[in-house]
Design a protein around this ligand. Structure first.
Ligand SMILES: [Zn+2]
Length: 350
């Protein structure tokens, strides 16, 4: 176990209250110029490890209880796609080492991570074996770093998530398994979301739920059904974008007010105008927690300010809360006696 501050593992923490997990490393490091949108392969882990480390630290400071090794899309299929399979092993080891160091320093839990492979086909057993091999090799490297938990995430296929559950058992630590829910709440191999979560729990997942794809407003309506379907803790990690009933996923968002977006599709790099503010993430966290969902976080698009808002909504005061907004000393809107009266009177001119 890593030297987490409370000494408690994931399941004990969940028994006592909410657990927060910051995600979204691909989007944030793409914005910062360290990896490429499209293939979305985390080569930043090898080329600019300090950038990965810095983001882990920022998320921990903002209230994340978990440091997730940045191996998302760092698997054999993705590296094959960009012709860099030779860096597969060093990339995984480096990502785990960076995350472990930060987890040890910040008293957070270290999470290993596997994800959707993008080769699974329900009716092709050959792909099932390849998927299992992809998971097995990543998990074998992860085991060397003694993670506190493993996150298997963003699965569009129930069958692929079930393979992940079997593979994750090798680590012998709690596993969080979350589905990516697209326009319809049925997996791409045709299983209802609630039934999928029941199956994952039955197969041995310790926490089940949903991550990515949907923003707070289109993810929240899914949660009660999952909560009612399973007895284990439930996870919810939306993307911080204003998805709607008509456009429930961040891939389906359209921005008719803008005429310069290639392909007319804001996903993935022109989603800025849809970004949720911190209050919206706070509202989501409170509403989900009230439903009994106690593993909470934010996925692609998340910034540390979103994580801090989630943490504060759940009653936390992480280190970064020292700088949470206080408008009382603003030059014009301030109410503090130290703000000149003449400026307060000009607030209506702004
Ligand atoms: Zn995501």
């Amino acid at each position: 176990m890593s030297a987490n501050a409370s000494g408690l593992g994931l399941m004990q923490r969940l028994a006592e209250g909410p657990v927060i997990c910051a995600e979204g490393y691909l989007f944030e490091l793409e914005r910062r110029g360290f990896l490429q949108a499209g293939a979305f392969v985390p080569i930043v882990v090898l080329e600019n490890p300090d950038a990965v480390r810095q983001l882990h630290v920022e998320f921990a400071r903002a209230g994340s209880d978990i440091i997730e090794a940045f191996t998302y899309y760092g698997h054999r299929e993705k590296l094959r796609l960009i012709g860099m399979e030779e860096v597969l092993e060093p990339l995984n080891r480096q990502a785990l080492q960076i995350a472990k160091d930060v987890a040890d320093e910040t008293g957070t839990l270290l999470a290993a991570n596997i994800c959707n492979t993008n080769i699974f086909e329900a009716d092709d057993p050959d792909t099932h074996a390849k998927v299992r091999a992809i998971f097995d090799e990543q998990l074998a490297w992860a085991a060397e770093f003694s993670p506190d938990l493993v996150i298997a995430e963003t699965f569009s296929f129930t069958g692929e998530a079930m393979i992940a559950v079997e593979a994750c058992k090798a680590l012998g630590v709690p596993m969080v398994v979350t589905m990516a829910v697209h326009a319809h709440p049925t997996s791409m191999d045709g299983v209802d979301l609630n039934e999928t979560c029941r199956m994952l729990e039955g197969a041995g997942a310790d926490v089940v739920g949903v991550n990515c794809i949907r923003g707070p407003d289109s993810m929240l309506p899914l949660l009660q059904g999952i909560r009612d379907a399973v007895s284990c803790p439930v996870a919810a990690l939306p993307v911080p974008y204003r998805t709607t009933d008509a456009m429930p996923t961040f891939q389906s968002l359209r921005d008719p007010g803008c005429h310069c977006i290639p392909d007319d599709r804001p996903f993935p790099v022109a989603l800025d105008p849809f970004t949720c503010n911190r209050y919206e993430l706070a509202e989501f966290a409170k509403a989900a927690y009230a439903m009994g969902v106690n593993y909470l976080g934010v996925c692609c698009g998340a910034g540390p300010h979103h994580i801090r808002a989630v943490a504060e909504a759940l009653g936390r005061r992480p280190e970064a809360s020292r700088f949470s907004p206080d408008m009382s000393k603003h030059a014009f809107f301030g109410t503090d006696a130290a703000v000149p009266e003449g400026y307060k009177k000009r607030a209506s001119l702004l």
